[in-house]
Design a protein around this ligand. Structure first.
Ligand code: SAH
Length: 349
């Protein structure tokens, strides 16, 4: 980076000197810049996540993790690991529930943003931080969660052209960034069943998400533990670009202002489950967020909270609706459960 240069300036300089950059590079740098400086969460920010909607979300994750640990025989030396903890809200709600059951694990966060690390430190005093999952402790069981982490990792896209498959790149033309197809033949990088797809077909993969899932699945396989990965995504292979940008709760053009909006893609849960299984973990299942939270008793918890604070009951009802209804987060958001080979089946799968 040249001092004082915006991310858009840097991309223009790179493109002027070396030609179009890959979409993967564009998305990775954009999100690194976006999260480094901002707290994007909540109603005053760009988007609202499930733990920020209600404490019930983190509490029920805590219930699930505690249940796994208990049925695994309450092994010693377990750690709580969270990927991309945002403001630390999910962790603080989950850890509160775990404490009530005598489970007080050391806390390890994977977080790239200095701004968010500061918020996490006040929500969860005593946490340890990691830039990526590769440096997480590797000598004991883990209870892991990641909510809306994988969707922020950069994707690679291939597009079918009349000349064959090409990587999707980002160019600067006529005063704006826009996607173009690269020059290099990429047919060998495309799975055989897509090779003869019609022209303009786009396929997406997320090497960074695969690397994260592989890393955590290996730890589960070696030392025990269980985890939940929650995100919006799909469970059967599909084509088409799912790249989107959100700013101030509105969808915006992902190429308009790199580094100033959150760029996300849908998570390919079929690919994630395959990576986890190959790495030696058990895939407990992938289910809709609505079914998952219903099975763990969100309605009962909502009734308890309403009894304690009757004036809050309509807000609590609204939060339940947002978290579990099919036309809100209930179906688009998926929960994937993973565990070590010797660990029990997960509740709700
Ligand atoms: N889990 C939180 C926040 C979701 S936003 C919630 O549900 O509210 C995505 C989170 O992942 C942020 O904390 C962001 O800083 C972090 N993050 C995104 N990309 C990352 C990367 N490549 N490495 C480490 N952390 C990353």
């Amino acid at each position: 980076m040249v001092a004082g240069e915006t991310l858009a300036d840097m991309f223009r300089r790179l493109i002027a000197n070396h030609g179009p950059i890959t979409l993967q590079h564009y998305m990775g740098e954009s999100n690194a810049r976006y999260y480094a400086a901002n707290d994007p969460l909540g109603s005053a920010g760009d988007f609202v996540t499930a733990p920020e909607i209600s404490q019930m979300f983190g509490e029920l994750i805590g219930v699930w993790l505690t249940d796994m640990w208990t049925r695994a025989g309450r092994p010693a030396g377990v750690r709580y690991v969270e990927l991309g903890p945002g403001r630390g809200t999910l962790a603080s709600d989950a850890l509160r529930v775990m404490r009530r059951h005598g489970l007080e694990p050391p806390v390890h966060f994977v977080e790239g943003s200095a701004a968010l690390r500061r918020l996490q430190a006040s929500a969860v005093p005593g946490a340890h931080w990691h830039d990526d999952p590769g440096s997480l402790p590797d000598d004991g069981p883990v209870l892991l969660v990641g909510n809306e982490f994988l969707d922020a990792l950069p994707v690679r896209q291939m597009v079918k052209t009349a000349q064959g498959w090409r990587e999707r790149m980002v160019d600067w033309q006529d005063g704006r960034f826009l996607p173009v197809s690269g020059d290099r033949p990429m047919d060998a990088a495309v799975p055989p069943h897509w090779r003869d797809a019609p022209d303009q077909t786009v396929i997406e993969s997320c090497p960074a998400a695969a690397a994260v899932v592989d890393e955590i699945a290996r730890r589960l396989a070696r030392h025990g533990g269980a985890g939940l990965l929650i995100d919006y995504g799909y469970t059967a292979a599909q084509t088409g670009s799912t790249l989107q940008a959100v700013r101030a709760h509105q969808k915006v053009d992902p190429f308009a202002a790199p580094g100033e909006a959150d760029l996300t893609c849908l998570v390919d849960f079929a690919a994630a489950a395959e990576v986890a299984t190959v790495a030696g973990a058990r895939h407990l299942g992938t289910t809709g967020q609505g079914d998952f939270l219903r099975a763990l008793g969100i309605q009962t918890r909502a009734a308890q909270l309403s009894n304690v604070a009757p004036p809050q009951s309509s807000a609590i009802r609204a939060a339940v609706h947002r978290l579990i209804d099919g036309d809100e987060m209930g179906e688009l958001f998926k929960v994937m459960g993973l565990a070590a080979p010797g660990w029990p089946d997960g509740a709700a799968f």
